[in-house]
Design a protein around this ligand. Sequence first.
Ligand code: SAM
Ligand code: SF4
Length: 324
Amino acid sequence: MIDKHSRRINYLRISVTDLCNLRCVYCMPPHGTKLLDREEILSFEEILTIVKHGVSLRVNKIRLTGGEPLVRKGITSLIKHIADIDGIDDVAVTTNGVFVREFAMALKTSGLSRLNISLDTLRDDRFRDITRGGRLKDVLDGIEKILEVGFTGTKVNVVVMRGKNDDEIHDFFRYILERDIELRFIELMASGWKNMVEEDRFMPISEIMQKVEEIGELIPVKQRICGGPATIYKIKGALGSIGFISAVSKPFCNTCNRLRLTSDGRLRSCLLSGGEVDVKDILRSNLSKAELAEKLTNAFVKVTTMKPTIHSGKSNAVMHQIGG
Ligand code: SAM
Ligand code: SF4
């Protein structure tokens, strides 16, 4: 699908659950949020119907997110079914990493292509504080395990927050010296819980880059067009690389190739703005095969045309439902 700004849409990010085992300060309030009724959540069969339909419209990349995707029962079987679809070239997962050690081998054999792990600090006490109760060791062990079972292209996503973890940029750099990982610094975004995210915690990528440049010269890595939202660099002597994602200060909307599917079945044009179509309604309307195909095509096309030229930067998006 090509949208009105000539962006080729071939990537679908799917939130498979609104449940999460953590309560990160920028994503959820301390007590969690009102959960969706379980019958509102798309079944695996429904998700697969949407994916197959996407493939018929030239979608070839899928990312599973959440909530925490690894808390959804049977997740590796869903991954295997998606990876087995003709036309799918890449199935990835974004996870908080807590259960990755336990799942590493099953994820590998399911046909998963890659993992992005969210990790905002390398200090125990801060990890507990930012995630409201998580254990850093679980995530660090998980990362070692996925490297051990042979995953490549692993990314570690760090949301940088002024006064919380911005003094760890050098420590993160040391972490990738001997690990083949793409470390990605991400700007803090306002979300549905924006009153929990104090504005003065925001740190623009330009400032984060300056801090990295104190360590060494950033050597730009040649990237494919639509290769992803990060600008990637190598630093001499490091096995890993460093990426910067400036979703707020310098949005990458002009190269955005993605649509999103929420855990309760809304096909969305953008994380922050644009519009959405309720495909769960379509899936649950007892339509004939031909009618279903026609309505789903219309939904994909409609959402594609709703993609904004550039997002508004702020929204009431509920990250753990849409999948950040
Ligand atoms: N639970 C998984 C995880 O944490 O990786 C997947 C879902 S989480 C919503 C996906 C990503 O959104 C994480 O990398 C998280 O750091 C990011 N995220 C959530 N809220 C954010 C915010 N307000 N600003 C920037 N990134 C955010
Ligand atoms: Fe859970 Fe991920 Fe949100 Fe943290 S960022 S609360 S791990 S969904």
